[in-house]
Design a protein around this ligand. Structure first.
Ligand SMILES: Cc1ncc(COP(=O)(O)O)c(C=O)c1O
Length: 469
């Protein structure tokens, strides 16, 4: 006989489902360094099944039991990109139900194996068919429910328990964790349950909170929200977000704006998340971060803006895809083998003593002489301890000196022309990340914890690559 008194004062959970939720907010310091606003990531892979969908698995099943449609020994069927399947499978394991999941063949092998590990039957269907096509994962799931005795469809795309769960859990968590200071919530949209539930709750607390959706190029949601028009859906690689129809669980009225992102920027950002923030997350998380940064830049969010972006799942489901260089190259998201080079390699290639800096108290004339002496067009500006303050460029110096509204004198320092909006990367930042930056900026600063370790321009990279030939 179990001695239940034994567990008195013992900190434990009665089952794994009780550990769902209360996922942490993590500051995206490096990736959003050159934004004035603060961006916090809500990291949902801390849930036991590794995704935000754990939240709705249990609640959908409990609701079906309460409504008497799910009976003991029953079977749960669902059309899923994988994560909802895991959430349902966890609840089914505890409650003794069988599971059948229908997944489009674009989903990763890892997800199929994971669902089978939970004891589920997995049926794989073609991705590139219309939603109403009898071969689509929606239609096959419906058919399986008809053919399977005592089976229910979890129906995440139309089941209002989905957004309601986020209204009751994810939304209140974010409000509490941000002490009500949140100004913007950013989320990718699959069923739209997350953004609709969280959006409804946050707007009830503060109607000024902006709800921002992120949609992959190829999905219909962006244009539907923007103009009301239903465009033809196209295929794309990122999993879990985007749609070819409007789910019943998506309330577009809650969403203030939708930002469009493409596969390439999403997947490259997913790799940056783990390499620059140590956050090992999935492709739709990269999409959400790209969307958040685009929105913050476009709307010039300020220092009083607090943005929360939700990261739905873990990278462990995508090792064969976004984290596999061959797959990335085959799909045209990575150029060449040189991508493995990092900023620190290229800086080292410039040789010892290559790092020349300036200080705010330096005279403008001295800095001009230093630029000329070393044949460079900009210098990192550091304080007395070598911490980064910004960059001084020849063009800013020139414009300043040509500015007739200003009286110039020999002991003028460079303080007035320091540009703080310079992109900064960590030493281990890969070449694939540097290139897009250098298409927008003259130079990129390499720094660890604000201490400058180098500065790279296009010619430095060209020179380095040439030396590798
Ligand atoms: C990886 C991933 N990201 C984002 C989402 C979107 O979440 P929601 O369905 O709540 O819009 C999903 C949904 O399945 C997902 O699996």
């Amino acid at each position: 006989m179990k001695n239940h008194e034994l567990l008195e004062n013992v900190a434990y959970y009665d089952n794994i489902v009780q550990t769902i939720g209360d996922t942490p907010l993590v500051h995206l310091k490096s990736l959003t360094r050159d934004l004035a606003c603060t961006v916090l990531a809500k990291v949902e892979f801390f849930n036991p099944g590794g995704s935000v969908k754990d939240r709705i698995g249990w609640t959908i099943i409990e609701d079906a039991e309460r409504r008497g449609v799910l009976k003991p020994g029953g079977t749960i069927v669902e059309a899923t990109s994988g994560n909802t399947g895991v959430g349902l499978a966890i609840a089914a394991a505890i409650k003794g139900y069988r599971c059948i999941f229908v997944m489009p063949d674009k989903m990763s092998q890892e997800k199929i194996l994971l669902l089978r590990a939970y004891g589920a039957r997995v049926v794989v269907t073609p991705t590139a068919v219309e939603p109403e096509d009898p071969r689509s994962y929606y239609s096959v799931a419906n058919k399986l429910v008809e053919e399977t005795p005592n089976a229910i469809l979890a129906n995440q795309y139309h089941n209002q328990v989905n957004p309601q769960t986020h209204y009751e859990t994810t939304g209140p968590e974010i409000w509490r964790q941000t002490a009500g200071k949140i100004t913007h919530f950013v989320a990718g949209m699959g069923t739209g349950g997350t953004i609709t539930g969280v959006g409804r709750f946050l707007k009830e607390q503060n109607p000024h909170v902006k709800i921002v959706g992120v949609d992959p190029v190829g999905s219909i949601l962006y244009e539907l929200h923007r103009s009301g028009k239903t465009v033809k859906a196209e295929s794309y690689k990122v999993e879990g977000i985007g749609e070819d129809f409007l789910p019943g669980t998506t309330d577009l009225r809650v969403i203030d704006e939708i930002v469009q992102v493409n596969d390439r920027e999403s997947l490259l950002m997913t790799r940056r998340l783990v390499r620059e923030e140590g956050i090992f997350a999935g492709g739709s998380c990269g999409s959400a971060v790209v969307g958040a940064i685009k929105y913050a830049r476009e709307h010039k969010l300020g220092a009083n803006d607090l943005m929360v972006v939700i990261l739905p799942d873990s990278g462990s489901r995508y090792l064969s895809k976004v984290f596999n260089d061959d797959w990335m190259r085959e799909n045209g998201f990575l150029e060449s083998a040189w991508v493995d080079f990092r900023a620190v390699d290229i800086q080292a290639g410039k040789g010892e003593g290559a790092l020349i800096t300036a200080q705010p108290t330096d005279l403008m004339t001295d800095v001009v002489a230093r630029l000329k002496q070393y044949g460079v067009s900009q210098l990192p500006v550091v304080d007395g301890n070598g911490r980064l303050l910004g960059v001084v460029t020849e063009i800013d110096l020139l414009n300043h000196m040509l500015n007739a509204d200003h009286v110039h004198h020999a002991d003028e320092t460079i303080e007035a022309v320091i540009d703080i909006n310079v992109p900064v990367v960590r030493p281990n930042t890969p070449l694939e990340t540097l290139m897009p930056m250098l298409s927008h900026h003259h130079a990129v600063i390499i720094a660890a914890e604000d201490y400058v370790q180098g500065i790279l321009t296009k010619i430095d990279i060209l020179d380095f690559l040439a030396s590798q030939m």
